[in-house]
Design a protein around this ligand. Structure first.
Ligand SMILES: NC(=O)c1ccc[n+]([C@@H]2O[C@H](COP(=O)([O-])OP(=O)(O)OC[C@H]3O[C@@H](n4cnc5c(N)ncnc54)[C@H](OP(=O)(O)O)[C@@H]3O)[C@@H](O)[C@H]2O)c1
Length: 283
């Protein structure tokens, strides 16, 4: 496999370096700004191309590591060249290989490969990739899955129809946690605590919980009033909250009851479940 990168940004740099470190052949880089492709070529000890056509000729697999909004535009440029037998890959979490419409008529195939991790720095991102789990979606993807497995990554195949829901799952584990953490800090401030105190006080609780989830799994990590079936405390919490905080507390707690039942099969959660399911916006 000879992998060429179109788009020398965070993911292009990181995947290219990751591949070369694992002896996977990288043909080089093309990017809209020549300086970016030159820098990526130096970083990965590969080549840079100032003509897209030349990179396409030098590669059998092309990674379109451009922003999601540019994938279709770059694809429309690529199909001006002969791509017979080649594989086109993009790395968007939300888009599927369907963006490569009409690719089979060109004698080529398309897929999407997504690392379930954040790549925030183009020079150090490759170090994070060794821990990343990857999903692959598209046509005849076994060879690409094998490339990542040979690098030591866990890889699973995903269907195109599930791509958006899959991306929403990642949002639950990252962005939505950010939102809930911030609501918690706001509530501390509403209790009269200082901004400075509120922004730091939750950190040990948050980190301890995150470590416990990773180490023990969600069921064993669960503690608190829902897990204890402490209906009086949950009732008081709901009475102290309003608006979206109350609704988020209620809805997430409904799910926590399901985890609590797994942790304590002998405990009776029926009254708590009824309270959470019937309570709506303080009515
Ligand atoms: N960053 C993450 O955490 C992450 C994680 C998983 C998946 N992804 C996915 O990976 C893909 C790339 O994201 P990224 O974070 O690497 O973005 P990025 O850092 O913004 O890099 C994108 C690069 O694409 C180049 N580019 C833009 N339009 C182009 C065009 N028309 N032709 C050629 N090159 C073009 C730009 O190059 P110049 O420098 O030359 O202008 C830019 O450096 C996206 O699909 C994203 O959803 C990102």
């Amino acid at each position: 496999m000879k992998i060429g990168f179109i788009g020398a940004g965070k993911v292009g740099f990181s995947l290219g370096k990751y591949f070369t470190e694992h002896k996977v052949c990288v043909s080089g880089y093309y990017s809209q700004n020549n300086n970016s492709s030159k820098e990526a070529a130096v970083f990965t000890k590969t080549k840079y191309y100032n003509k897209l056509e030349e990179l396409i000729k030098a590669s059998d697999t092309l990674f379109l590591t451009v922003p999601d909004g540019s994938i279709s535009k770059v694809y429309s440029e690529i199909i001006q060249s002969d791509i017979e037998g080649k594989c086109l890959v993009h790395c968007s979490g939300a888009l599927s290989s369907m963006v490569f419409s009409g690719i089979s008529e060109k004698g080529a195939r398309g897929c999407s490969i997504h690392p379930i991790c954040a790549v925030s720095d183009k020079l150090t991102g490759y170090l994070e990739l060794s821990k990343a789990y990857f999903t692959i979606e598209g046509e005849n993807v076994d060879d690409l899955a094998e490339v990542f497995r040979s690098c030591g990554n866990c890889v699973e195949i995903l269907s195109a129809e599930k791509k958006v829901q899959y991306h929403a799952a990642s949002v639950f584990a990252s962005n939505l946690v950010v939102g809930i953490y911030d609501l918690a800090a706001e509530l501390l401030q509403k209790c009269g605590l200082s901004v400075e105190f509120a922004s730091h006080a939750l950190q040990p609780l948050f980190m301890g919980n995150a470590e416990s989830i990773v180490r023990n799994g969600v069921v064993l990590a669960l503690t608190g009033p829902v897990e204890r079936a402490d209906i009086l405390t949950v009732e008081k919490h709901l009475a102290s909250l309003t608006g979206k905080e109350r609704e988020i507390y209620r809805l997430v707690s409904c799910h926590l009851v399901e985890l609590a039942k797994q942790k304590n099969p002998g405990r009776d959660y029926r009254d708590l479940q009824m309270l959470l399911e019937t309570e709506r916006n303080g009515e």
